[in-house]
Design a protein around this ligand. Structure first.
Ligand SMILES: [Zn+2]
Length: 285
């Protein structure tokens, strides 16, 4: 009996492995992927997705990018799957999502689909919603100081008191759930919180670094609700480098994957182009 069961399990496991192999061939040896249910109707879509993941030439976030792998964790979470972006299971769930959002239900990630996802992600950021109405929120009346161990490298950080409380609850939960985050206390520390609009504008002019003019005009960091969290950095890059290799490195990190799965339960949403930038949504900007 035990032998027979083992045989059945082995056959199932081999079947799943062979299916996955077809889609992961040529990607090099990565971490073991979770088996996702086979969906033969989406073999072609999964193959298309496996190609565009690293080759698509799209410009959804204001500048040209190659591939959409940076957005794969958020996309998977949004469409309700826990499987890699090049699998039939992902394509099947994406087709359902597309159908629900008045897009052709192909299961193939394309630029309109990524734009549709991004509209939803940006729509969850109250700061973006009021900015779109032409409102630049006034700085908060009250700010709280983070503890030195909460700022990256001990950097002084200020946030709205309620946002800081929410941040503390979230980081405690992350460390309790993920041993690697508990072991490396730099992970999820804050390298930028509240930024004084006047100082931001001055720095923008002085350094000629206007962070895509956001710093000079109206940054989410003026609200005291936005925070840049340390997620590690690819070798040779800073923690806030928007270079594609760095963003890809960060979106593969345990810290980011945990945030994608759990941050919303604590009221936090991500600006997808910057894996490190999170905004607390529990209070109006
Ligand atoms: Zn930021």
């Amino acid at each position: 009996m035990i032998g027979k069961l083992t045989g059945v399990v082995l056959i199932l496991a081999l079947g799943a492995a062979a299916g996955e192999l077809a889609f992961h061939r040529g990607h090099g040896a990565g971490p073991a992927v979770r088996a996702c249910g086979p969906a033969p109707r989406y073999i072609f879509a999964a193959h298309q997705n496996s190609v565009t993941l690293r080759t698509a030439a799209w410009s959804v976030f204001g500048r040209p990018e190659t591939g959409w792998e940076v957005y794969a964790p958020l996309a998977a979470h949004e469409i309700g799957v826990d499987c890699p972006p090049d699998t039939e299971g992902f394509a099947e769930a994406l087709a359902d999502w597309q159908g629900d959002h008045r897009l052709p239900s192909t299961g193939i990630m394309d630029e309109p689909t990524l734009r549709g996802l991004d509209r939803i992600w940006q729509g969850r950021r109250p700061f973006v919603v009021v900015s779109a109405q032409g409102v630049c929120p006034a700085p908060p009346a009250v700010l709280a100081n983070a503890r030195p161990d909460e700022g990256f490298g001990g950097k002084p950080i200020q946030l709205r008191p309620v946002a800081l409380d929410a941040y503390r609850r979230m980081v405690a939960a992350a460390r309790a759930a993920e041993p690697v985050l508990a072991a490396d206390r730099r992970m999820l520390t804050i390298f930028s919180g509240y930024r004084d609009p006047a100082a931001d504008a001055a720095r923008c002019a002085k350094e000629l670094n206007c962070n895509a003019v956001v710093r000079a005009t109206c940054s989410a960091h003026r609200t005291g609700l936005a925070m840049d969290l340390y997620l590690g950095a690819a070798p040779g890059y800073g923690p806030d480098s928007s270079a594609d290799p760095n963003r890809l490195y960060q979106t593969r990190s345990n810290a980011y994957l945990w945030m994608v799965a759990h941050a919303r339960a604590f009221g936090f949403v991500n600006y997808p182009f910057e894996p490190w930038h999170w905004e607390w949504t529990g209070e109006a900007p």
